[in-house]
Design a protein around this ligand. Structure first.
Ligand code: URP
Ligand code: ZN
Ligand code: ZN
Length: 478
């Protein structure tokens, strides 16, 4: 199986040049000029198009039991959506409940992907409880299972959230194992207090989600994690950073030597708080945590990506249907409209809206349209933040995130002249709405490969379900 991509503008995190890429079987065999096509090779003319390394989404949820329901995608819909959107590697959060054994949870999450995913994948293993057996189990996860990153939640008290003793022990254990700890930073106690106050005041609609988790809540969470990281020496990665104040705390920590990497996610870059204020409960479509912020934060996030203060752009893809799942937090949900669940009646409020926005399909095109096309990101930075940086932080580089001899032949031939509009009508994600409905995109992948096999042609999935492989990773964060 050979594939020659000819005469494209090859863009990596470090370089841009017009040339050819030859893929033999699953890997890149040559990168250069005027390469000869081997007998029987498919030849793709990429003139006028970009050739990018396959994009990596470092933060998705696919199998997710959460807030009394389950996220809507499985690996069939999620990997198809990812690939159509140019993402060839998914890093999913494996999120056990507090009572679940972490290694059993890992086996369960792997079973959801194996034999079904069309793209490659790996997991961050969430530590949602730390007891006497946990350190040994985490050692097994790293040394035998090839998991090189963990996840902790400072939020979601009573569900995934851990206390400070558990946080300290997790970071200490991770440091010893060379694993990086990804973290959701929001102060859980403050969230509980503010939610209670707002609900007691009758402020129950989705527009009150942001005020229940204001920037101070996230900023305190970041500061909290930075203190613990500093005292343990653990390497940490702050997921879904939404606001200027949190970025400032993380930058200051980095400047004083804390080993911290920073992620933002596509909803924060292109949506603002007014979406969650839309009438008729439509705001629920935009409820995620930390919340979508005021527009003033967006330039800071874009600048942070440009100057390296922010390392990666993920999605935090967490898909829930509007009519049957987001409505779980509607005080007057109509049973006829929502036949699949029992409305909680007048006791329901915004705290019961499943948190998350479907976005795995749209990240790359939105980042290209809003970032590159609008002059906020240069092409190499675009590749860095959407692919290469995640590969480096999470132990996948140079297998992923690179266009180099020996790297996996995960490639995106990208057409910058394509014009389209995002819509639920055409999306592959398995939700009944798109948070980006009607938004124009300027560019899309015209060809996507997974380890040398073409998986997408002109927006159509042509790949193989089950071909996606679990990516074992070595720890590098000692
Ligand atoms: O709202 C969000 N972020 N939903 C998914 C769970 C998480 O916090 O990452
Ligand atoms: Zn989170
Ligand atoms: Zn998440």
């Amino acid at each position: 199986m050979s594939l020659l991509i000819r005469n494209g503008t090859i863009v990596t995190a470090d370089d841009t040049f017009v040339g050819d890429v030859l893929c033999e079987c699953e890997t890149i065999a040559a990168v250069g000029f005027d390469l000869q096509a081997p007998e029987g090779a498919e030849v793709v003319d990429a003139t006028g198009k970009y050739v990018f390394p396959g994009f990596i989404d470092p933060h998705v949820h696919i199998y997710l039991p959460f807030m009394g329901t389950y996220a809507k995608d499985d690996y069939e819909s999620a990997s198809k959506a990812a690939l159509v959107g140019g993402t060839t590697t998914l890093i999913e959060m494996c999120c056990p409940s507090r009572s679940e054994d972490p290694l059993e949870a890992l086996a369960l999450w792997k079973s959801k992907a194996a034999g079904l995913s069309a793209c490659d994948y790996t997991f961050h293993l969430a530590v949602t409880r730390f007891d006497e057996g946990t350190a040994e189990k985490l050692k097994v996860a790293v040394e035998e299972e090839g998991i090189a990153s963990f996840k902790v939640f400072l939020a979601y008290k009573g569900a995934f959230g851990i206390d400070d003793h558990e946080l300290y022990q997790t970071l200490k254990t991770a440091k010893a194992l060379g694993a990086i700890v990804t973290a959701h930073c929001e102060n859980a106690e403050l969230v509980t207090e503010l939610q209670g106050k707002l609900v007691a005041e009758g402020k129950v609609g989705p527009e009150w989600h942001e005020p229940s988790r204001p920037v101070e809540v996230e900023t305190e969470g970041c500061h909290h994690l930075m203190t613990f990281a500093e005292l343990t020496g653990a390497h940490v990665y702050v997921v879904h950073t939404s606001c200027e104040e949190a970025v400032a705390v993380l930058s200051a920590a980095r400047a004083r030597g804390v080993q911290v990497w920073v992620e933002t996610v596509i909803p924060y870059l292109v949506l603002d708080q007014t979406y969650a204020q839309r009438p008729d409960f439509e705001g629920a479509k935009y409820v995620m945590s930390p919340p979508i912020r005021e527009a003033r934060h967006q330039p800071v996030l874009w600048e942070g990506l440009g100057d390296g203060t922010i390392d990666t752009v993920g999605t935090d893809h967490a898909p829930f249907d509007f009519k049957t799942q987001k409505h779980m937090g509607h005080p007057e949900a109509d049973k006829a409209l929502n036949a699949d669940f029992t409305p909680r009646g007048s006791a329901a409020n915004f705290t019961m809206i499943p948190n998350g926005i479907p976005s795995v399909e749209d990240r790359v095109n939105l980042l290209f349209t809003e970032g590159v096309k609008k002059g906020r990101l240069d092409l190499q930075t675009f590749v860095k933040v959407a692919s290469t940086a995640a590969a480096k932080v999470f132990g996948l580089y140079p297998r992923k995130g690179a266009i180099a001899v020996g790297s996996d032949a995960d490639l995106v031939v990208y057409d910058p002249e394509y014009r389209g509009v995002i819509s639920v009508e055409t999306q592959m994600m398995n939700t009944d709405y798109s948070g980006f409905e009607g938004r124009a995109i300027e560019g899309r992948p015209s060809l996507v490969t997974v380890r040398g096999e073409v998986a997408v042609r002109d927006g159509v999935f042509v790949g193989t379900l089950g071909r996606g492989a679990f990516l074992r990773r070595e720890p590098t964060h000692f």
